[in-house]
Design a protein around this ligand. Structure first.
Ligand SMILES: CC(C)(COP(=O)(O)OP(=O)(O)OC[C@H]1O[C@@H](n2cnc3c(N)ncnc32)[C@H](O)[C@@H]1OP(=O)(O)O)[C@@H](O)C(=O)NCCC(=O)NCCS
Length: 134
């Protein structure tokens, strides 16, 4: 089940195996949805709505639950939410080495529009900027 994130979910997110010390992911200004199964949160998507465009902050699925289309469902739900809010486009940044995420976004019609050199981790990894119109 996909539902809106609430603050009491924060502790449950530890089970994901994701470093959630990155509190900005769940910043009050972001929209966030979680995928819940048997009272466990096994994935989430966080994004920022900026009037008529949105920016994906993070999408994450627990390693034991990958390739079961949960990431796809979270992304589809986000796209629907953005459309209902009158949003016209979505952008995101992704490591050029993150083939799983890049393939997922391409499947949902995102295109690589530019590559930012040395964007991540002490400037050692490049990032693709991906974009899709709604
Ligand atoms: C990226 C991520 C969210 C995908 O979640 P998922 O639930 O496993 O993805 P899905 O099962 O919905 O996969 C949908 C499509 O994405 C692509 N994909 C997903 N995992 C892939 C992999 N390991 N290798 C290649 N393509 C992959 C495929 O096109 C797949 O479609 P298919 O199964 O019909 O081939 C997950 O791998 C993850 O949490 N990764 C770590 C966090 C991360 O990198 N997030 C992205 C931040 S921008």
């Amino acid at each position: 089940m996909i539902r809106k994130y609430n603050e009491s979910d924060f502790n449950k997110l530890n089970v994901l195996g994701r470093d959630i010390s990155d509190n900005y992911i769940f910043d009050i200004n972001n929209d966030c949805f979680v995928y819940e199964e048997n009272d466990n949160i096994i994935g989430f998507i966080s994004y920022k709505l900026l009037v008529d465009r949105a920016e994906i902050i993070d999408l994450f699925v627990h390693i034991n639950y990958r390739r079961k289309l949960i990431g796809s469902k979270l992304l589809e739900n986000m796209i629907d939410e953005c459309k209902s809010s009158g949003c016209k486009s979505i952008t995101l940044e992704v490591k050029v080495t993150n083939i799983a995420a890049i393939d997922l976004y391409k499947k949902y019609k995102f295109k690589i529009v530019s590559t930012r050199k040395q964007y991540y981790e002490n400037n050692s990894i490049d990032a693709h900027l991906m974009y899709r119109e709604l």
